[in-house]
Design a protein around this ligand. Structure first.
Ligand code: MN
Length: 766
């Protein structure tokens, strides 16, 4: 294949036959390499892909003058021999420019080579025109986008990497301005990505090639200095290595040891970053020992044996031992590193690896996978390592620019990236919920949000998003922001916006409540003292006066006449507080206060389990719920909610068991145990009850959204579970909500039936 700079090509001097011979030879070379690999020998399809591509690119030449087909062949060769990919990827690489540059379509590829190869080619076509097009070169965001969109099949990225490497190797024939663009893009996007994928050799080569094209003079200067200093460097290395090699021989190891050459780019970087002259940088060489070992179980021991042999010879730098065997790097890198003082007084790094580890280090996970072949079939093994890489890619780091910078550190993500339905990308801190997303998109969206749709599934507002999710926010004009929302917001911006919105919505209600309170106190001749307000706050569970007024203004709490007595007592002085557990929360149920209990203050102290008073079946039994518990029990057989028509049954333990009047069991009880039936009345309950509602009708676009918006706009309705099933045109919806009393359910069902398309909406009792 073409060497780095010189455009091959003197096409004019070659006859078509000679040229064809050269092409066939290049392909043979690719095939030979593939046949030497551990992959299954799917020669037939590779051969077909080659013929197809050759035909498609027929007559087309690259800028260098060489026949175009040599490029796909070279890319396939890199994919196969330098990345270690198999036949599917080789075919995709051979065909990677066919759809973009010729008449053929993805459908043609699919027809000839099946869906998998077609998908890869499609992916490659997409990123060549889109993300990696002219506009993209310096946008880190796009880099991320690439990772997210392409990690579906990482082979697309890997083949793209091979494509880029070959383009870099043949960059010399491009016009200078294009050269700079491509080199810059390579350094900024591809080299870090190669590192991320564990393709170290490719990363180093990409960096060097980019550097060479961006700074040809400095590159040449450093390269020539390296050449000049070779003799000296060899002498130093020999001095250092000889005693080590003797030891390794004594240990009976089969190994390969070499001085690790620093790349031009890394020498340059060190010179710039540490302000050192070349002479001081190049001295910092390293040695690499790669040993052969058939038993992976022994690799670790051998590594440490070599380690100890070296430290017997040279002084160890105490802080620079790196054990990447026990804890491999996220990209799969394994090795044991140590740094010792060489005979010339310089620190020398020694890297110890088995052959297997070395392959992983140079070629990334593909090599790792290669070692495992034979244990399973090709696809499942492939998927396993693709998943490993995907896992790495799924954890992008914060800040677009930082992302690239911290790439080397393999940090775990503190951010997620989600897609909007329009395909836009949004970064959010990890742990962000649907509501965070809503506020991130727009405050209006946040305050009117009712639910989310994540990957087409309906989710509540507190659903935690994951990177790569496609997320959408459902809203309703009538929705109001809720204070509880703050609990499931993780972004400061969303919290601030929610608070602002709450204040906007709240203030008029607080003002209204304050007025209500003042009038009521005045009407009942209760003084507005601290003791009174404290008492009232305690009763209504309001942490402060503001909240109390808000509850009153929002009609979440009501000032019932039963409060008069206790408050007057409180006004008289709070020294004689005898009552405990006085009054339940009367929120919501307040308006349904039962006649008869309204005038007189409610008796203090709901009966506890221990001292249950005798129940007189002839009297109406008031059902109460206090902070201490309730004076009744809900029967398991029916889903009763307060306000339902119910009856009590005095069970064997003397508790009042509540049944719906039409509960089949209640019928039995009435018939058999008439004397133990007691009439009841709902008095005060603060708990919310679970109710099951069934809604059905004709499905249409937007039905679900309307239902949800209806439910959520009903103050106090809290959806616990929602199952919707649509088949053909009919939908069934099973809905479980928590409500304070039955009237809410009735109202909800009535409203639901008003929705266009809803045939029935009714509570399910049993
Ligand atoms: Mn290409």
């Amino acid at each position: 294949m073409a060497s780095d700079t010189t455009p091959v090509a003197t096409p004019g001097k070659m006859t078509p036959e000679e040229e064809d011979f050269m092409i066939e030879a290049a392909f043979r070379d690719l095939l030979d390499g593939y046949l030497k690999s551990n992959h299954r020998k799917k020669v037939e399809i590779i051969e077909r892909a080659y013929r197809f591509a050759k035909e498609a690119h027929k007559g087309v030449r690259r800028r260098s003058g060489e026949p175009y087909i040599l490029h796909p062949i070279a890319v396939a060769k890199i994919a196969s021999q330098e990345i270690g990919l198999g036949s599917t990827s080789i075919c995709a690489a051979l065909l990677h420019d066919v759809v973009e540059d010729t008449e053929y379509t993805t459908e043609d590829i699919e027809q000839h080579f099946g869906p998998k190869i077609a998908q890869l080619v499609e992916g490659l076509t997409k990123i060549s025109g889109g993300i990696f097009g002219d506009k993209a070169s310096v946008q880190a965001e796009n880099f991320r986008k690439l990772l997210l969109t392409m990690s579906e099949d990482i082979r697309v990225v890997l083949i793209k990497m091979a494509d880029r490497l070959h383009n870099m190797r043949t960059l010399g024939s491009m016009a200078p301005n294009k050269r700079y663009k491509i080199a810059g893009e390579t350094l900024y996007i591809y080299a870090p990505l190669a590192y991320r994928l564990g393709l170290f050799a490719i990363k180093t080569e990409l960096e060097d090639l980019s550097f060479k094209h961006e700074h040809p003079e400095i590159y040449e200067e450093i390269a020539s200095k390296i050449r000049e200093s070779e003799a000296k460097r060899t002498a130093i290395y020999t001095d250092f290595a000889t005693p080590i090699l003797e030891k390794l021989d004594q240990m009976g190891l089969k190994y390969e040891a070499k001085a690790r050459l620093k790349s031009v780019y890394s020498i340059y970087n060190k010179m710039v970053n540490k302000h050192l002259p070349f002479e001081e940088v190049y001295d910092l060489y390293a040695m690499r020992i790669v040993f052969d070992c058939d038993d992976p179980g022994k690799e670790k021991t051998i590594c440490w044996n070599i380690y100890s042999a070296i430290t017997d010879l040279y002084r160890l730098h105490p802080d620079r031992t790196r054990d990447w065997i026990a804890v491999p790097k996220a990209n799969g890198y394994q090795a044991l590193h140590l740094t010792v003082m060489g005979p010339d007084g310089n620190w020398v790094e020694v890297q110890i690896r088995s052959r297997r580890m070395d392959e992983i280090a140079e070629k990334g996970f593909a090599a790792h996978w290669r070692y495992k072949i034979g244990e399973g079939d090709e696809e499942s093994e492939l998927n396993a390592w693709l998943k490993t890489i995907k896992d790495i890619l799924d954890n992008p780091e914060p800040g677009a620019i930082d992302f690239l910078n911290t790439l080397k550190l393999n940090l775990f993500s503190s951010e997620i990236v989600v897609f909007t339905p329009a395909g836009e990308l949004l970064t959010l801190p990890s742990g962000a919920t649907v509501l965070d997303l809503a506020f991130a998109l727009h405050t209006d969206l946040g305050i009117h949000a009712i639910a989310g749709k994540v990957n087409h599934k309906l989710v509540p507002l507190n659903h935690v998003l994951a990177s790569g999710d496609q997320a959408e926010v459902l809203t309703s004009k009538t929705q109001l922001p809720q204070p509880e929302w703050e609990e499931f917001l993780v972004t400061a911006k969303a919290r601030t916006r929610l608070r602002q919105a709450l204040r906007r919505v709240r203030q008029p209600l607080v003002d209204k409540g304050r007025e209500i309170l003042e009038h009521w106190l005045l009407d009942h001749e209760i003084p507005d003292t601290n003791a009174v307000i404290t008492k009232l706050q305690g009763t209504l569970h309001a942490p402060n006066r503001d909240e109390l007024c808000y509850q009153l203004g929002a009609r979440e709490a009501i000032l019932g006449d039963f409060l008069i007595g206790p408050l007057k007592k409180a006004a008289e002085g709070d020294g004689k507080r005898r009552q405990t557990g006085f009054l339940s929360r009367i929120k919501a149920i307040g308006k349904k206060m039962v006649p008869g209990t309204g005038e007189a203050p409610v008796e203090s102290g709901g009966p506890t389990q221990a001292e249950r008073p005798k129940i007189n079946p002839k009297e109406i039994y008031p059902l109460r719920m206090t902070a201490e518990g309730s004076n009744f029990k809900l029967a398991d057989c029916c889903n009763v909610v307060p306000g339902d028509d119910v009856m009590g049954f005095i069970n064997d333990s003397g508790e009042v068991e509540i049944h719906s009047l039409d509960c089949p069991r209640a019928q039995v009880l009435k018939a058999g145990f008439g004397s133990r039936i007691v009439a009841t009345t709902w008095e005060s309950v603060s708990e919310r009850f679970l109710a099951h509602i069934h809604i059905e009708g004709i499905d249409r676009h937007g039905m679900l959204q309307e239902l949800i918006s209806l439910i959520s706009t009903h103050l106090g309705i809290d959806i616990r579970k929602l199952d919707i099933e649509a088949s053909a045109e009919v939908f069934h919806c099973e809905l479980w909500v928590r409500v304070s009393d039955a009237s809410v359910i009735t109202a909800l069902c009535e409203k639901a039936r008003e929705i266009d398309g809803v045939n029935s909406a009714a509570r399910v009792n049993h």
